[in-house]
Design a protein around this ligand. Structure first.
Ligand code: IPE
Ligand code: IPE
Ligand code: MG
Length: 261
């Protein structure tokens, strides 16, 4: 507990060193921020490095961004780490990325726990290697009662796959007589998604210049605000993250209505 308090204070101190930290209206921060961490390969190739070097550098960015989220006491941070389509890549790259996930958990779980983070994975986790699944479940279990940032990692995740599984699940419940077709509504669907219990995505960030969702959180991002930057993920800094959040705090959201909020 003591360690947790010291850890959190150090994280906060680091973030406070950025002038923009004090400009942020903390009362208007998004409840749920989602990040498409894109551009690792391009970052590496531009420097004549292998794409894998970009993925390795991307892990360090993730650590810094999570620390910033902790310092700002964000409620939910969801990151897109590997899509259901990313298996199309060469075996060597996929294997390298899977190894990185494993190492990340080995190295970071203790510190995340000290920082009060509650980690949770979404996507087709049961298709990952048994060892990685074990580490994932152990990490989730260790941090399940933490009350800090909810850190959601999307691995082997696809929004369409998630919705397909939700439809299958609901159809089974109808077939078994548990629910009536007419009672299927937004809430029933939401509670059948991998993100059940989380607030909808308020803010969606994508690095590296591409302007698309690439099958990420299709349902949850219905009214998300978007932030695109040309900066590649390995170069995305706490400063960039806070600039994006600062922009979010100034936006007017209407949700289809007419209110100037
Ligand atoms: C994002 O970076 C990481 C993953 C998709 C796993 P990329 O590997 O997609 O990098 P670019 O977009 O090819 O530069
Ligand atoms: C989206 O990036 C997936 C992740 C960041 C994990 P991609 O690089 O796979 O997306 P596309 O292929 O450019 O749309
Ligand atoms: Mg990419």
């Amino acid at each position: 507990m003591l360690k947790r308090l010291f850890g959190a204070a150090a994280v906060k101190k680091e973030a406070e060193a950025y002038p923009i930290y004090n400009e942020l209206d903390r009362t208007r921060l998004p409840r749920h921020t989602a990040i498409i961490m894109d551009g690792n390969g391009r970052w590496a190739q531009r420097q004549g490095l292998l794409r894998t070097a970009g993925h390795k550098a991307g892990v360090d960015t993730l650590k810094r961004v999570l620390k910033t989220a902790i310092a700002l006491d964000l409620e939910v941070l969801t990151v897109y780490a590997f899509s259901t389509e990313n298996w199309k890549r060469p075996h060597t790259e996929v294997d390298f990325i899977m190894k990185l996930f494993s190492e990340y958990l080995d190295k970071e779980v203790r510190e995340m726990n000290d920082d009060g983070v509650q980690i949770h994975f979404i996507g087709r986790i049961w298709e990952l290697s048994p060892l990685l699944q074990k580490k994932i479940h152990e990490a989730e279990d260790l941090m399940k009662d933490n009350t800090g940032v909810k850190f959601i990692v999307a691995v082997n995740y696809g929004g369409q796959d998630e919705m397909t599984r939700a439809v299958q699940n609901i159809a089974k419940r109808v077939k078994d007589g548990e629910i009536d077709v007419d009672s299927i509504n937004n809430e029933v669907i939401e509670s059948s998604l991998d993100t059940a219990g989380l607030p909808p995505v308020d803010f969606m960030i994508r690095t590296s210049g591409d302007l698309r969702l690439s099958n990420f959180l299709l349902w949850q991002a219905a009214y998300a605000e978007f932030w695109f930057t040309d900066v590649n993920w390995p170069d995305f800094s706490p400063q960039h993250f806070m600039e994006a959040l600062c922009d979010f705090t100034k936006r007017k959201r209407r949700f289809g209505g007419l209110k100037n909020e």
